[in-house]
Design a protein. Structure first.
Length: 201
């Protein structure tokens, strides 16, 4: 596909431009970008794909207190998962809830119910078109596309249990950039029923 030059270097430029090609105005939609299809982009050097953002249904601490307790210099950028403890925090599944647990304090600091996660999966990521991007610095191109179809809460939760879907906190004083559920591209085939690949020219 031909290279594209934009006047901006913001992190969302690849996704924003892709959405503009489909006539989608820039905004934070609750549902998928197109009917039944979520559009995603991935730069070759980037590791994780953001599946969706979802704030916890239960929080033991405010954003301010979370930053004070687990962050530094007025911000908290943390990745937590089930198979690794970060700053006493790890992810566990209990009573059909995804929980972030503080091992030292022996408390759940936040959690998501099955119902809210399942709703997010259905409305946002039931099917994904992932456009693979080559970034040339001053320009970029969409080189290929992976189309993933059909997923479920059961598949999602199994990857959370294995530590393959991780939770990223992105907070700073006065602003919360959202709590994101992310996955490596190589595990997307485990999340979806089918995947087809297309080279873009």
């Amino acid at each position: 596909m031909h290279t594209i030059t934009l006047d901006t270097n913001n992190d969302g430029r690849f996704g924003n431009y892709l959405e503009s090609l489909f006539g989608i105005p820039e905004n934070n939609r609750k549902g998928s970008d197109l009917p039944g299809i979520e559009l995603k982009t991935k730069v070759s050097k980037s590791a994780h794909i953001t599946l969706f953002s979802k704030e916890p249904d239960y929080k033991a601490l405010s954003t301010f207190d979370m930053i004070c307790e687990y962050g530094s210099l007025g911000k908290l950028n943390a990745r937590v998962k089930s198979d690794h403890i970060w700053n006493n925090l790890f992810v566990t599944i209990s009573n059909n809830c995804i929980e972030v647990y503080d091992e030292l304090k022996d408390i759940v600091i936040c959690s998501w119910t099955r119902e809210s996660i399942e709703e997010r999966i259905i409305e946002k990521i039931q099917n994904i078109e992932l456009y693979n991007v080559t970034d040339y610095g001053s320009s970029f191109s969409y080189d290929s596309k992976d189309t993933y179809t059909g997923t479920s809460y059961e598949r999602f939760i199994e990857l959370v249990k294995q530590g393959l879907i991780v939770i990223d906190f992105r907070m700073k004083f006065g602003k919360n950039r959202g709590t994101a559920f992310r996955i490596y591209k190589k595990y997307m085939d485990d999340l979806y029923n089918t995947n087809s690949y297309q080279v873009l020219t």
